[in-house]
Design a protein around this ligand. Structure first.
Ligand SMILES: [Zn+2]
Length: 260
């Protein structure tokens, strides 16, 4: 009787050890799989153009922005390289002239932001940090739980998204690339306004202003707001935030995108 007790007791302890080690093993394995090795969040020095920005009005809308898990979506190498995608069009046709008007409006928006962050239009898409395409953004759809129906929202006129990449430099750095789609159907003035707004996202303002006199106001308005002091105050604050971008990474890449 006593001997049976000890055998049962020892079997129980052994069982516990086996179950416990299984769980410890599982947790370790899980931790290794679910925690990619990304650079820690750190702050980069401010670009000189933003450091020199000392406005009298201190107002901004930084608190309305989204904070991506990767940290601030800022650029650390200047000038920031922008590529305008060229469709194959025959010269002197109506479509070619339309495209030239589109290029001219987008270039104006680039010149406007260039005052605050150095930008450069490049001819090779491979080296670009920001790609701008004359393309209708996808519609997208959402499921309405109340009606049980799939809803297709209004067509978007423009969209900006980002992808993460690792540089081929030594050491490899975590970096990103922005893609802006701007509808070919916009009028010249609203095209400039859309390009200005989307470039604001691509330069790091990831979210919207609640005030309609800011270029990053969440909705399209008739007065086509220029880049405001509040836009640049917000941009400067964004560049003072920690980020995983621009820092050394061992080997893992994650792709993520967000639309606005
Ligand atoms: Zn937007």
């Amino acid at each position: 009787m006593k001997r049976n007790f000890w055998i049962n007791f020892l079997s129980f302890i052994l069982g516990l050890v086996i179950v416990a080690s299984f769980f410890i093993f599982k947790t370790t394995l899980h931790a290794q799989e679910s925690e990619p090795i990304l650079p820690v969040l750190q702050i980069h020095p401010l670009p000189i153009t933003l450091e020199q920005w000392q406005p009298q009005e201190q107002d901004d809308y930084f608190c309305s922005l989204v904070s991506p898990p990767i940290g601030a979506l800022i650029w650390t190498e200047f000038p920031i390289k922008i590529y305008l995608a060229q469709p194959e069009l025959e010269q002197n046709t109506a479509s070619y002239q339309q495209f030239q008007k589109w290029v001219s409006a987008v270039s104006t928006a680039i010149q406007e932001w260039n005052i605050y962050l150095p930008l450069n239009i490049v001819k090779e898409p491979e080296i670009a940090n920001i790609l701008i395409k004359r393309e209708l953004p996808p519609l997208g759809s959402s499921f309405n739980a109340e009606t049980g129906k799939i809803e297709i929202p209004r067509a978007r006129t423009a969209q900006t998204r980002y992808d993460l990449e690792i540089t081929k430099t030594q050491p490899p750095l975590l970096t990103h690339r922005m893609t802006i789609l701007i509808s070919p159907r916009l009028s010249e003035t609203s095209l400039l306004s859309a390009a200005r707004h989307e470039l604001g996202h691509a330069l790091g303002i990831w979210g919207h202003s609640p005030v309609e006199t800011d270029a990053l106001y969440f909705s399209q308005v008739r007065n086509y707001p220029s880049i405001s002091v509040r836009d640049i105050n917000t941009l400067k604050k964004v560049y003072q935030q920690p980020t995983r971008l621009g820092w050394k990474i061992p080997d893992i890449l994650i792709n993520k995108g967000l639309d606005f």
